[in-house]
Ligand binder design. Structure first.
Ligand SMILES: Nc1ncnc2c1ncn2[C@@H]1O[C@H](COP(=O)(O)OP(=O)(O)OP(=O)(O)O)[C@@H](O)[C@H]1O
Ligand SMILES: [Mg+2]
Length: 267
């Protein structure tokens, strides 16, 4: 079943920057897709257009048969709870407990009165606890969020996103501020939970090796355009060169030759 249908989406920011050009792809239920590309390629813009933090300039984005560009008020609220977000900087409420941060994932389901007074149901609380156990933070529930390490905070970020019971998770460089070991833990948790719960994930990453390890499918973006969409094993060195430098194979070889010559000069 197609969960998300992105059709010829372009984004031109107010200052004229073209961040996305005619980007088209679909996401099926439960797919784990990693988006790679150089800085400024448009990865964040792509994710933000999907949950309407950014309004795309043209094209169509259909999520669960709903044209997301047209949704307003209650339908926008529904979209925001069905699409979970995980951020590079974790975006936790630092001065409140870990479990309360996870419970914040339930706010989209509550009326504003209950939400304002944090009147979470017993069931929500039990589920939040279970989620924290799943990400290995069962013993940290009542600590203040800012007492945790970066890697632990991001695990809270994952638990909060899952508490929303989303169909799709958008993760914008979830491991960019973490060390390699914490990064590995985060990717394992994110991947495993998404697979177990049948949640699709679109994850921006800078690390090609991590992308290859976890992705069912990789999308490569260069200067706002999708230049690669395939299985990890199809991501050859030439393709990586194309994604990161926008050069075709011949040029890539030229670059290699240049590098070789440079090496010869200094050796
Ligand atoms: N609010 C904005 N106004 C104008 N231009 C913007 C805005 N946000 C992003 N851009 C520009 O749009 C382009 C794409 O930016 P985007 O943040 O989507 O790239 P990215 O692939 O996520 O980069 P990075 O890997 O550095 O996070 C860049 O040229 C950026 O400068
Ligand atoms: Mg970005």
């Amino acid at each position: 079943m197609t969960l998300l249908d992105v059709k010829k989406v372009s984004k031109v920011y107010a200052d004229g920057t073209v961040a996305l050009k005619d980007v088209t792809f679909q996401i099926e239920k439960g797919e784990f897709i990693v988006v790679i590309g150089p800085s400024g390629a448009g990865k964040s813009t792509l994710l933000r257009s999907i949950n309407r933090l950014v309004d795309s300039t043209s094209g169509e984005i259909v999520f669960k048969n709903e044209d997301i560009m047209k949704v307003r008020s209650s339908k926008l609220r529904k979209l925001r709870r069905e699409v979970g977000m995980i951020f590079q900087g974790f975006n936790l409420v630092e001065r409140t407990s870990v479990i309360n941060n996870v419970l914040h994932g339930r706010l989209g389901y509550m009326n504003s009165f209950k939400g304002f007074f944090s009147l979470f149901s017993e069931r929500d609380k039990q589920e939040a606890k279970q989620l924290l156990h799943r990400v290995g933070l069962g013993s940290q529930m009542y600590k203040r969020a800012d007492e945790l390490s970066g890697g632990q905070q991001q695990r809270v970020g994952i638990a909060r996103a899952i508490a929303q019971k989303p169909d799709l998770i958008l993760a914008d460089e979830p491991i960019a501020s973490l060390d390699p070991v914490s990064s590995e833990t985060i990717m394992e948790h994110l991947y495993t939970i998404c697979q177990e719960d049948g949640i699709a994930c679109l994850c921006n990453l800078h690390q090609v090796d991590v992308a290859k390890k976890y992705a069912n499918r990789i999308i490569g973006i260069h200067a706002g355009e999708k230049v690669f969409d395939g299985k990890p094993e199809e991501l050859t060195d030439e393709m990586i060169e194309l994604i990161y430098h926008g050069t075709q194979k011949e040029n890539a070889n030229e670059k290699e030759l240049e590098k070789e010559k440079e090496k010869e000069m200094v050796s």
